[in-house]
Structures are given as C-alpha cells and as structure tokens.
Design a protein around this ligand. Structure first.
Ligand code: AMP
Length: 460
C-alpha cells in the first residue's frame, strides 16, 4: 500500500512529482519522499514523515532541481515505520546514481536478503525494496537494462517499480500484474508514470496506457521504449481489492473506471442481496460509488445518512489498534433528520476487522433508524494479503472467525448481505483475471518466504 510517481523530460520534475503524490496521498500517509536528478546526473533526495502537503514546502522543492524525478508515499505495516524504511532509495551505482520507488510486496525478499547478507551485502533498513537495489548492483549483465531485468526476474510477488539510473527512467510491473502502474504524457512531450491515473489528471498529463504486467519501459528525456518483458509465464493476477477499496474512484485501473467498477459491484449486490427499505446510503467515501449502484439497481432513494469529517485520515491507516478505535469515533456522524424512523440500507465496501462497522451501526441506531440492513460490496475477507495490501492476521479478520449470521448478531443489524465472489469477479470481468486471495485464499504467486518459515519483511 504505497503510491509511486516518476517524471521524465519535464522542467521542475520534482514539483510535478510532489503534485502527483498529493493525488496519491490515500495510498500512504506515513512518509513521503522525492528524489530529483539534476543535469549533472547527480540525484538529490528528501524524505520526510507525514503528508505530502505538510512535509514539503515550496522552498524544499527548490532544492530538488532537474527534469527527472521520483516520488513515493508510504504506508507500512506496524514495526516498519520510520524514515530508514521510506523511499525513494537512492544509492551511488557504477552506472550513475540509482533511485528506486516500489509498491507491492515481494514474497521471496527474505530468502534473497539472507543470500545477499551471506555474500556480504549491507542493508540500511528492513524493507523488501532494498533487495532489488542489491540485486541490480550485483548483476554481471553488460547493460543497465539487463541488470534491472535480471534483478526483477528473480523476484516473486507484487512489484510496481520506477527506477532512475543517471538520466534514464525505467518503470516496470511484476509479471502477475498485482499492483497498478500507468503512463501519461505532458503536452510538451515529457512523461509521467504513476500508481493511479488521478495523479496524471492533477498535473495535466494525458493518460496513455497501463504499463503491462511483466513489461519494462525505458524513458530518456522525451523518448520512450518498451523493452523485453520480464521473463515469466505468470498468469495475470490484478488485485481486485484495488477496485473494491484502495484506488480512487476517479482513477482508471486496468482499462476500467474505478467508479464504474464500484457501481457494478453495487448493482450486483442489489440483485444478490435485496432489502425492503426506504433509503440507501454509503459509508463515505470509499463506498459512495457502490451505494449509488445499489440505489440505481434497487430503485431505493440514495441519501446522505453519514457525514465524514475530512480532517481525519483513513481509519485503517494507523499502525495501532488504539489509534484506529479513536479515529472511528471522530471520523463519522449520522444525520438524524435523514435516518429517523427510516428502514435503511447501509453499503460499505468491505468488512475487515468489523471495528468501524460496529461503531457506525451504533451511531445509525442512535440517530433513530427503524431497521438497519447492512450490505458489503465484496465477499467476506477471510485471508491475509501477502501481495501488498495491509490486512490483519487471520485471527483478527471477523470473516475468518465468524459465520455471516454470527457477524450479523455481533454488529446488531437486521440483515447482513455480502457480494458473492463470482458476482464480484463477473461484474468487472473485462479487467481480469484477478487476484482475490483475501477472499478466496487462492495465492497464485508463490509465497516462498512463508514456505521457508521466514518472517515476511516490511512491505510497501
Ligand atoms: P473494519 O471492518 O473496521 O476493519 O474496517 C473496514 C473498513 O476499512 C472498510 O469500510 C474499508 O473502507 C476500510 N478498509 C478495508 N480494507 C482496508 C485496508 N486494507 N486498509 C485500510 N482500510 C481498509
């Protein structure tokens, strides 16, 4: 769960990257970093804790000149926070300064790290991304392209990466295609690669296409080349949870508008899990589009029953449970005038621990709702994610511990209905095939560290 951006061939690239990170803030709120390569090929780096807008002033960006720049906004699992694990990683390399940003979770990073450490490699932090830099540096291949390709070919799991070497930018996705990464163009010919297309919109870059799974592109100034794919017969595994929850609805991911995908989930949910009710509303903002879809399909009027305080970050994006509970209470309020005496359908995008929902249902009942029908626009989350979405352990997942009826009782709702796995996948079938391991337990890319009993390194 991170956001990455790279810009090549545009004046003041670090400012454009900064704006891109602003748009990708929802993908990580713990730290933010920007590197920029000046015309001399020397990379400057600045990494700070917190949000992009607070971390970087105009003056800070003045210290990052150049037309080539990388940026990263980070969300980490507990224990991995701290600037030593933030990105970009910048190192001095035999081919020039090397910068790297990574989104995803490499499932054999522990094994590779052990091997590298035995060979004498020194690591600064605990993130899996550092392994990539070492593999590139140790490659004996003749060209930089081949060194990067060889390094990436040794990885299993999820990685969308943007790398700068000297004045050249490379962007690549893992062969399964777990995490998104798209390409945009500025009117004057420069390029931008970003986790989501909403970052391109903000800086006036036009969406060109997604970078393909297993593809690596090279950009020198304005010139773009698509290079040999990372060698693999891996089946496509686009993360469906990106569509369910994580990406912004104004983004396009895998040829699909995220808003349209969520509306399709909501419509399918209304067909599978109808309810006798007077109004439908969402848990703002991540389920707005799904609730609209539910209302469209069911014909039940859409209302604004819950109001979100926008000055509080995402509930989940906080490393401690105590912080999470506190944030639920201050994040939402119910609109009594809308709810009083009404039979309500509440649509949420996912049920993970159940903490948010329990607090919300209490609020909704206290505001006078006559009946509460809770609908979830995805199946029960039953398994942890090892490919870069931060999910709690199995024991903490309410869907892994309790049956749907037990969850209904625990939440104190009149009815509870989830979208089926088949219904969810069919609703967005043109963007698949998908990874739905968090719902199905089907892990396709090998989980090598786990199989070897190694602790899964800090993800990004
Ligand atoms: P809870 O069931 O209380 O654990 O939280 C579920 C809510 O958190 C959902 O409504 C989602 O909007 C949001 N959510 C789901 N998965 C994640 C995640 N991996 N990271 C952050 N927020 C999430």
């Amino acid at each position: 769960m991170c956001g990455i951006v790279g810009v090549s061939g545009a004046a003041d690239a670090a400012r454009l990257v900064f704006m891109g990170l602003y748009a990708l803030q929802h993908r990580g709120q713990e730290s933010v970093g920007i590197s920029a390569v000046n015309d001399d090929g020397y990379a400057r780096l600045s990494r700070r804790g917190g949000l992009a807008a607070e971390a970087f002033s105009d003056e800070d960006l003045d210290t990052l000149p150049g037309s080539l720049s990388l940026g990263h906004t980070r969300y980490s699992t507990a224990g991995g926070a701290g600037l030593v694990n933030s990105q970009p990683i910048v190192v001095s390399y035999r081919e020039g300064d090397l910068g790297l940003v990574h989104n995803g979770n490499i499932t054999n990073a522990g094994l590779l790290r052990t091997e590298l450490v035995e060979e004498g490699a020194l690591f600064q932090g605990t993130i899996d991304s550092e392994v990539i830099v070492h593999l590139i540096a140790r490659s004996r291949c003749p060209s930089v392209e081949e060194q990067i390709t060889e390094a990436l070919s040794r990885l299993t799991g999820a990685f969308s990466v943007i790398i700068t070497v000297g004045q050249t930018l490379y962007a690549a996705r893992d062969p399964w295609g777990y995490r998104p990464l798209c390409l945009g163009r500025f009117p004057d010919g420069g390029w931008m690669a970003a986790s989501e297309s909403c970052a391109l919109d903000l800086v006036g870059a036009t969406f060109v296409r997604d970078i393909e799974p297993g593809e690596m592109i090279r950009i020198r100034g304005h010139e773009l080349t698509s290079l040999k794919s990372i060698d693999s017969n891996a089946p496509r595994q686009h993360c469906i949870f990106e569509l369910v929850y994580f990406t912004r609805p104004d983004s396009r991911v895998w040829g699909q508008s995220v808003d349209r995908a969520r509306r399709a989930f909501g419509r399918q949910l209304a067909r599978e899990q109808p309810a006798e009710a007077d109004i439908v509303f969402s848990v703002p903002d991540s389920s707005n589009s799904a609730a609209l879809g539910y209302a469209e399909e069911s014909g039940i009027p859409y209302e604004l029953g819950l109001i979100r305080n926008h000055y509080v970050g995402r509930t989940f994006i906080h490393p401690t449970q105590q912080g999470r509970d506190f944030r639920v209470r201050i994040k939402y309020n119910a609109v009594r005038e809308v709810l009083e005496g009404q039979r309500v359908v509440v649509v949420d995008d996912s049920l993970v621990r159940g903490t948010t929902s329990m607090g919300l249902i209490r609020l909704i009942r206290e505001a006078g709702a006559a009946e509460v029908h809770f609908r979830i626009s995805s199946p029960p989350v039953r398994y942890p994610c090892f490919y870069g979405i931060d999910m709690p352990t199995r024991e903490e997942l309410i869907g892994a511990r309790l049956t749907v009826e037990e969850i209904r009782q625990r939440l104190n709702v009149d009815s509870l209905g989830y979208l089926s796995l088949e219904g969810m996948v069919d609703a967005v079938s043109e963007s698949g095939p998908f990874c739905h391991a968090c719902f199905s337990g089907e892990y396709v890319a090998p989980l090598l560290d786990l199989e070897h009993g190694l602790e899964v390194p800090t993800t990004c």
